[in-house]
Design a binder for this molecule. Structure first.
Ligand code: 13P
Length: 287
């Protein structure tokens, strides 16, 4: 059964570790992430962007697939199914379809509008027992065709949004989606510290988990980050393993063209990436 992310994140915040959100794209992704979480006895959050939602034939298809897998694979660790960077409409659709958690990303609106829309969703999510993530300060990089320069969140605005009763707060602290450029200035720990001082127990979310060095991840967790989103790194690992298989000509030998064989190295590569992240984030054996 899917669960809200509330309990797992409050425990993570108190225990000074982070739960990984791993974005899914298809059956192989979902199965690899769920099996790894179960093997490591770790809670997990499956992230779905609106683009990935469309690709996978809509939110109802995804809810059916994830619920089916939890049942058929005997997954007993806590699993939240979460909309990533949702619009207001997208959040409503996911709630109707049976997601257990949603993010409403109102960071591109003026703060008053972000507050008003977030507030409405707090009421809906509270009533249904779902977790809600809100965002302040945009996260740089490209996601679903939208390129953001990234900006550090204003800690006072973070406090205003946190006080609305959301479950977790994403705040821009110099993080970027996708690969980090050579000249990246790193995370702004001063901003993160100031946000945590004002928001107290609120679990903070670090987007753009791909390519952040381990020491920065650990420092971010020590300053209140309890959820870390990883997407691109699984895609890179999947692509590299698939490329290796094809370049070695394995699809041309025997039944190597069978998708169950062709996609197997990529599947294993996702599992290895998720394992590495869960170990780094400290969520192993915290189910
Ligand atoms: P990356 O693709 O950089 O890992 O970011 C993932 C993310 O933050 C999804 O919201």
């Amino acid at each position: 059964m899917l669960v809200s992310a509330k309990d797992m994140l409050q425990k993570a915040k108190a225990g000074k570790y982070a739960v990984g959100q791993f974005n899914i794209n298809n059956l192989e992704w979902t199965k690899a992430i769920l099996l790894t979480a179960q093997e490591l006895n770790s809670p997990v959050i499956l992230g779905v962007s609106e683009g990935a939602g469309k690709y996978m034939c809509g939110y109802k298809t995804i809810v059916g697939m994830v619920n089916g897998m939890i049942d058929e694979l005997g997954i007993t660790v806590p699993v939240a199914l979460h909309l990533d960077h949702g619009s207001y409409e997208g959040a409503k659709k996911c709630i109707e379809a049976g997601f257990s958690s949603v993010m409403f990303d109102g960071s591109h609106y003026p703060i008053e509008e972000n507050i008003a829309k977030t507030k409405e969703l707090v009421a809906t999510c509270d009533e249904l027992g779902l977790s809600l993530e809100a965002e302040v300060g945009s996260i740089g990089g490209e996601e679903d065709g939208v390129v953001g320069a990234g900006e550090c969140a204003d800690p006072n605005e973070c406090k205003m949004i946190a006080d609305l009763g959301i479950t977790m707060l994403a705040a821009g602290i110099g993080n970027i989606h996708g690969k980090y450029p050579e000249n990246w200035a790193g995370l702004s720990f001063d901003t993160l510290d100031a946000i945590q001082q004002l928001t107290g127990d609120m679990p903070l979310v670090l987007h753009g988990g791909t390519g952040i060095p381990a020491d920065m991840i650990q420092k971010a967790i020590s300053l209140g980050v309890s959820k870390i989103n990883v997407n691109t790194e699984c895609q890179l690992a999947f692509a590299a393993a698939t490329r290796e298989y094809v370049e070695a000509g394995k699809d041309l030998s025997g039944k190597g063209f069978d998708p169950r064989k062709l996609l197997a190295p990529g599947f294993e590569a996702i599992k290895a990436t998720v394992k590495e992240k869960m170990e780094l984030f400290g969520s192993v054996n915290k189910a």
